[in-house]
Design a protein around this ligand. Structure first.
Ligand SMILES: Cc1ncc(COP(=O)(O)O)c(C=O)c1O
Length: 382
């Protein structure tokens, strides 16, 4: 199979698998036991925190390992909302309209079930970039949290998170800022010590940069309080209890180390440009094509075509692609991201996402173009 769906998940690279294997077999011990201490099975956990911290330029003490970005996002939104409700009896959250469901659905769950939680959605431009002027109007002196993703999973459009965070702090210096950086981490250079210094919480996930599924992290800025989301044992200082998983930690540590060699990948960007140029003749629009994007992602909008049908036919020809979010594909309703960009409901079902990795070759892209062109022509609605 030619795999062009790397924003949904990535292949665990052989070196990463090798780093994990001993912790499933010879060194399988619980980190809290004597055997665990003798075999030093806690080492991959501290290595994971160190390597992840290097990747996003923060300190290892600011990293807590989680089961992935869904957990990290839930943790931040739910804990902040509960804290604000306890402190002030109300809570105001602002999240962007193009967030992943693991932010949007938590926000709407909180608004529905926790009395006095108000949620405002910040709109985006037709290029899929958050509208900072509209965001400014939504943030209030009592806003508890602003959450804006670093890069969108469907379009790859990079969001002005540093500007959004500075704006939030300007309006309310106590307002906390969260960024779901799941798609950006491992693809572009990020610095929580530099341009992202106003960001308090940042979520990421190992399986988006060739690590294993089931492990991610939450950055919590030093000095910022976040009540635990899970309660239990004292692991990770009680911040995130639960038996630690050295194998997954060894995997994310190695994945983070390898990812530092593939940031801001110019080869991928030119591969993506060649793909988009070749498809222009088919009347395809590149959604967010005028904005700054991750180097690997292309969201193509086909006129008069249902992309679900195209994705199935591509899969039969051994090409893995998707219509956008892994969580919404397969459902009948068009993507909330495409709709938020002002594309009308009937056209929105023509979106096809191609997401490359540093493993993708020019030959694979050329083969894909050769198969896609006639398929797309044959599936056009009359
Ligand atoms: C932007 C974004 N946030 C969150 C997630 C969820 O990540 P995880 O699979 O680690 O829970 C994804 C996965 O598709 C994503 O793309």
């Amino acid at each position: 199979m030619i795999y062009l769906d790397n924003n949904s998940t990535t292949r665990v690279l052989p070196d990463i698998l090798d780093a994990m294997l001993p912790y499933f077999s010879t060194a399988f011990f619980n980190t809290t036991t004597l055997a665990g201490a003798l075999y030093d099975v806690a080492r991959p956990l501290s290595e994971a925190r160190e390597r992840v911290a290097e990747l996003i330029d923060c300190s290892a003490e600011e990293i807590i390992l989680t089961s992935g970005a869904t957990e990290s996002n839930n943790w931040v939104l739910q804990s902040i909302a509960r804290h604000s409700l306890r402190q002030t009896g109300k809570c105001h959250l602002v999240v962007s309209a193009i967030e992943h469901p693991s932010v949007l659905q938590v926000a709407s769950y909180l608004a529905e079930t926790e009395g006095r939680v108000e949620v405002d959605l910040a709109p985006v431009s037709c290029e899929g970039v958050i509208d900072l002027a509209a965001l400014r109007d939504l943030i209030r002196p009592d806003t508890a949290l602003v959450s804006v993703m670093l890069a969108n999973n469907e379009t790859g459009v990079i969001q002005p998170v540093a500007e959004a965070a500075a704006l939030a702090k300007e309006i309310n210096q106590d307002c906390l800022v969260h960024s779901d950086a799941t798609q950006a981490v491992g693809k572009i250079t990020l610095s929580l010590n530099d341009n992202l210094r106003d960001v308090d919480f940042l979520s990421l996930s190992g399986h988006k940069f060739h690590g294993p599924k089931g492990i991610g992290a939450l950055f919590i800025r030093s000095g910022v309080d976040l009540a635990p989301y899970l309660y239990g044992g004292g692991q990770q200082g009680g911040a995130r209890p639960g038996t630690e998983n050295p194998a997954l930690a060894a995997g994310i540590a190695k994945a983070a180390e390898i990812a530092t060699m593939h940031l801001d990948d110019r080869r991928l960007e030119s591969l993506r440009s060649s793909l988009e140029a070749a498809l222009c003749a088919l009347g395809v629009t590149v959604l967010g094509g005028g904005a700054r994007r991750l180097p690997n992602t292309s969201l193509l909008l086909f006129e008069d075509l249902d992309s679900e049908m195209l994705i199935h036919r591509l899969a039969e020809a051994d090409f893995a692609t998707s219509s956008g979010s892994a969580c919404t594909s397969g459902s009948d309703s068009p993507s909330h991201v495409v709709l938020a960009m002002g594309i009308n409901y009937s056209s929105a079902s023509g979106a096809l996402r191609i997401s490359l990795s540093h493993e993708t070759t020019q030959n694979e892209v050329s083969e894909f173009i050769d198969v896609l062109k006639p398929l797309a022509q044959s599936l056009k609605k009359p």
